[in-house]
Ligand binder design. Structure first.
Ligand SMILES: NC(=O)c1ccc[n+]([C@@H]2O[C@H](COP(=O)([O-])OP(=O)(O)OC[C@H]3O[C@@H](n4cnc5c(N)ncnc54)[C@H](O)[C@@H]3O)[C@@H](O)[C@H]2O)c1
Length: 464
């Protein structure tokens, strides 16, 4: 049986999926709602398991270095080549690999397009990019063209055209293009996902999801210049960084696997943040203190799905505020709020709806802590890796999960749980929110990048 790589792949994928399901806690809640079940994927891009994933990495800045640090500790992979326009960054990573006992990765830092030479010259399996936003698509396309699977930091790209180019390249070259959306792997996001799949919440109807933390350090350098993120913000009325919150929400709602984004309306407000920040930090005469910005400080978007669900998406990262990100799910049979780590599930949580028979204004329903449910409903991924080092890994452990999962998926030959269609559906919001907000909040259609396949594609388990 193992002489045939296809049989072996099918077996490993099946066992991996089954493993995930088998480690799920038993579902005594099935009678409380219709469970949504995972199933084997009929998706087209398949590959044999890769025992040792050979990785080429482009973009060795803050994020890239963090990823590489983890990859050097994860079994089943090897960094074989690295690229950055800054030669010192290449040298530093080469030394880190040597220090960990690996052969020196080949370095590329000749010019802005040296990643092309790396893709053409080097033999490797997976290209990862953590460069500024506009480079993600060209780098991934170059990788796929040269026979590599690809994975990119967020957002996957910033225009609808680039989304289609990535989808078409993935289909044409039959290579994956994975979005490294770490917010999909937070412990509580996955626990709620697990509870949705078990039917505890019933149909997930509405999500409020806000990236609401002050991140001016990411927009303006200490010497007073706009970073690539600041450049992205500084002429947009839309949501320039949508995937952190669209991603987990889309997962809960089975977008591209049973549902599909349909259209959106967006509006932006405020235009003071950059001037205000610059005046205080760099003084009234600094160019950023006086420049008239053609942008919004806060982006608000409502998305309607084809199955009638709604998503309220917010980007609010440049005004003064304590940092938080927000997720609130309202489903047919219950509600979850991440801020207080609390939930209420109809006929399961304490308290009841008393309005009809007693006082019409009374509602004795009570909140419960999410922690009450974690023992039973924590996601198998988190059960497996719930260790102290996970907590130290950045983004509350999600940065470890995403890299471990990425490598393991290739080791097993498993279809990725965030594929190019997810990348496109979440990343196209950069352009489309801007378009609606600039145009009096006119509704804007969201392309169906699956070309109708969302109706038959099934939710996938996370293989780890
Ligand atoms: N998922 C998350 O939580 C998270 C957090 C931070 C950043 N990010 C994303 O990671 C990406 C990188 O962000 P960062 O903070 O590391 O930025 P950074 O500026 O620290 O790193 C970018 C690197 O890309 C290199 N680079 C630029 N042009 C290049 C080219 N043509 N060829 C090769 N290398 C090139 C730069 O020299 C730099 O080293 C961005 O897309 C960002 O949105 C994601």
């Amino acid at each position: 049986m193992w002489n045939n790589p296809f049989d072996r792949r099918k077996f490993l994928v099946a066992m991996a999926g089954l493993g995930s399901l088998l480690t799920s806690p038993s579902c005594k809640s099935e009678e409380k709602g219709k469970p949504i079940s995972y199933s084997e994927t009929p998706d087209p891009i398949s590959f044999a398991p890769i025992e040792n994933v050979r990785i080429g990495f482009v973009g060795l800045g803050v994020r890239g270095s963090n990823h590489i640090r983890k990859l050097l500790d994860i079994a089943g992979c090897q960094i074989v080549c690295v690229c950055d326009i800054v030669p010192e960054k290449v040298k530093r990573i080469q030394q880190s690999a040597i220090d960990k006992g690996f052969p020196e990765p080949k370095g590329y830092s000749r010019d802005e397009v040296d990643y092309k030479r790396m893709c053409e010259n080097e033999d490797f399996d997976l290209l990862i990019t953590a460069t500024p936003w506009e480079l993600h698509a060209p780098i991934c396309i170059e990788g796929m063209k040269n026979g590599k699977h690809t994975a990119t930091e967020v957002p996957g790209c910033t225009t609808v055209d680039a989304c289609w180019e990535l989808v078409e390249a993935s289909e044409k070259y039959r290579k994956h293009c994975i979005l490294l959306e770490n917010y999909c792997y937070f412990q509580e996001i996955l626990a709620i996902d697990n509870m949705i799949r078990k039917g505890l919440f019933g149909n997930p109807l509405h999500v409020y999801a806000g990236y609401q933390k002050e991140a001016m350090y990411y927009q303006v350098t200490s010497s007073g210049e706009l970073t690539f993120s600041g450049e992205g913000h500084n002429n947009s009325y839309g949501n320039v960084y949508p995937t952190h919150h669209a991603g987990p929400s889309a997962k809960w709602m089975d977008i591209n696997r049973g549902d599909n984004f349909d259209y959106l309306v967006s509006m932006g407000c405020g235009n003071v943040a950059f001037n205000q920040y610059s005046r205080e930090r760099f003084g009234p005469d600094h160019p950023l203190s006086t420049r008239k910005f053609n942008m919004a400080d806060i982006s608000n978007t409502m998305i309607m799905t084809k199955e009638g669900r709604t998503l309220h998406l917010i980007l609010d990262t440049i005004l003064p505020r304590p940092g938080r990100h927000y997720f609130r799910l309202q489903a047919e049979r219950g509600i979850y709020e991440n801020i207080e780590r609390r939930l209420h599930i109809h006929n399961l949580s304490p308290g009841k709806y008393t309005g009809l028979e007693e006082n019409p204004y009374a509602n004795k329903r009570m909140w419960e802590s999410l922690d009450t449910y974690l023992d039973e409903h924590d996601h198998p991924v988190w059960k497996k890796f719930h260790k102290p080092d996970l907590r130290e890994a950045g983004h509350a452990g999600a940065d470890f999960v995403i890299m471990r999962k990425l490598v393991n998926g290739f080791n097993l030959g498993a279809y990725p749980d965030i594929d190019v269609y997810d990348l496109a559906a979440w990343s196209c919001l950069v352009e489309l929110t801007e378009k609606s907000a600039r145009n009096g909040s006119q509704p804007v259609k969201i392309p169906d990048f699956t070309r109708g396949k969302w109706k038959t594609r099934k939710p996938l388990p996370i293989v780890i």
